[in-house]
Design a protein. Structure first.
Length: 72
């Protein structure tokens, strides 16, 4: 018995084209604290989906890739 599954053309679309780089300012999806900025300077990649960054009003932080947005 064969099973047929319909696949949407949107399923093959790339997740996101923004590729973060060290020494680049990025926007944050959500500020880390009430007093911190909504942007960060990426220092280095800690792992495939985690970056070490400096956040004004907070200091050094580890940020998940999902937290980073492309600067405008």
């Amino acid at each position: 018995m064969a099973v047929s599954i319909a696949v949407s053309s949107n399923a093959a679309a790339p997740i996101e084209s923004f590729i973060p780089k060290a020494h680049e300012w990025v926007k944050l999806r959500n500020p880390i604290s009430e007093y911190s900025a909504d942007e960060a300077l990426l220092l280095c990649e800690a792992s495939e989906d985690c970056w070490v960054a400096w956040v004004p009003g907070y200091g050094e932080a580890r940020l998940n890739r999902q937290q980073l947005l492309q600067p405008e």
